[in-house]
Design a protein around this ligand. Structure first.
Ligand SMILES: NC(=O)c1ccc[n+]([C@@H]2O[C@H](COP(=O)([O-])OP(=O)(O)OC[C@H]3O[C@@H](n4cnc5c(N)ncnc54)[C@H](O)[C@@H]3O)[C@@H](O)[C@H]2O)c1
Length: 376
């Protein structure tokens, strides 16, 4: 069963990845729970599809378990829902040694992880991510938090889980768009890792079935291993962890310009990666080598992104606003070649405009051409 260890100074933890692997989850709970109580949280969408079945497979009959279901929406990452979680934990007399388990997508693990970080000055928590975004990204690395009316993820804490358990059978019920959103982040890791991930991802895309469990386990493992290696070097996001923002400067600006929810974050990451490739190419006057294979899978992925009308000037303004908010020169993660990312600053706005225009020409021609899956 693939397993990745995240090795940090203060503590290390396993990320177990597999299919139909509840036995492993039982072993982890047995190891970490002892005679303490379990506070079990579920995303409502996940609970409706898998909650009772998962619950019946967990060996918890002799344990004290208290459960809560969280509404499935980005809006749940709010002070109002956080307060409901605090009330629930405190009214049920949680103690410092108890364990919190968060089952759901990135919304649930961000929110419940933050509640764990801040209740009684920190309670142990573990994550069972149930979306592809959660498995490759959100549940790994200990960034927890909620949104503020002024922006996403503005309130938060670094609070590492004690284990992460991933079962790809859960993601068989994700919508096609949620699946594509996860692929956006996997595509990011392909660019950062290079050939060792681009090759299996190309084969995966060629099979025309995004739900193949065996391939997903392999791709998730590569993604988690890379993210873990970065988090180990820069837990607090002050240096190399910035590389994980590959494609994200454009993605965040596109999301803001369209209005949150019009495209999923991972869908905009796909567009952002194509724009970053164009920018890298323009900056080096077309001399970036070895990108053909990677560009091919990026372009194939753009075909999964539903079509939306995106205005270049609005995206540029959103990037400029972001720069002002951070008080620094806008940085972009670019590729010298696949597997060789670097951070570039002081880039002429005209070049950024051109990169966006080139990306949008491709998106207009190909976006949404493969946005539907017959069965989902
Ligand atoms: N902490 C981090 O490092 C980090 C990294 C990336 C993203 N994030 C955060 O993650 C969030 C996005 O996460 P997400 O994409 O998982 O979204 P999400 O948690 O909103 O889940 C997406 C949808 O999938 C449903 N769902 C969950 N599991 C399911 C299953 N097995 N089958 C069918 N449906 C299921 C949910 O009900 C929801 O409707 C954002 O808030 C983002 O800020 C955090």
């Amino acid at each position: 069963m693939p397993r990745v260890n995240v090795r940090l100074q203060a503590h290390s933890y396993p990320v177990v990845i597999g299919a139909d692997n509840t036995g492993q989850l039982n072993r982890l709970l047995l190891k970490f729970l002892g005679s303490d109580r379990l506070f079990l949280f579920y995303d409502a969408g996940f609970y409706a599809l898998h909650g009772p079945a998962l619950r019946s497979r967990l060996n918890l009959s002799d344990k004290c378990v208290t459960e809560m279901v969280i509404p499935s929406s980005e809006k749940s990452k709010s002070q109002a829902i956080l307060k409901r979680i605090y009330d629930f934990l405190i009214c049920n007399r949680i103690s410092r040694t108890d364990l919190i388990l968060a089952c759901g997508g990135g919304v649930t693990t961000d929110l419940v992880g933050y509640a764990a970080a801040t209740t009684l000055r920190g309670i142990r928590w573990a994550a069972v991510p149930t979306t592809l975004v959660g498995m490759v990204d959100a549940a790994i690395g200990g960034k927890t938090g909620i949104n503020h009316p002024q922006g996403k993820n503005l309130i938060g804490a670094f609070w590492q889980p004690i284990f992460v358990h991933e079962d790809v059978t859960f993601i068989q019920t994700l919508t096609f768009r949620q699946m594509v959103a996860g692929l956006g982040e996997i595509l990011k890791y392909c660019g950062l890792i290079g050939a060792a991930m681009i090759a299996p991802f190309s084969v995966f895309l060629g099979q025309d079935d995004l739900y193949r469990q065996k391939d997903l386990v392999a791709l998730i493992r590569l993604s988690v291993r890379y993210k873990a290696s970065i988090v180990e070097r820069d837990e607090r996001d002050s240096s190399v962890r910035m590389l994980l923002n590959f494609g994200h400067t454009f993605a965040h600006a596109i999301e803001r310009t369209l209005g949150y929810g019009r495209l999923l974050h991972g869908e905009t990451v796909i567009l952002g990666i194509l724009a970053a490739l164009e920018l890298g190419d323009l900056r080096r006057a077309g001399t970036v080598r070895g990108l053909a294979g990677y560009r091919k899978i990026v372009e194939r992925s753009v075909a999964f992104v539903p079509r939306r009308r995106i205005n270049v000037t609005s995206v540029l303004d959103a990037i400029a606003q972001d720069k002002k908010r951070r008080g620094t020169d806008q940085k972009y993660v670019l590729l010298a070649r696949p597997g060789k990312p670097f951070i570039a600053g002081s880039i002429d706005r005209r070049l950024v405009r051109k990169a966006l225009e080139r990306m949008l020409i491709f998106y207009k021609g190909h976006g949404g051409t493969n946005a539907h899956h017959p069965d989902r």
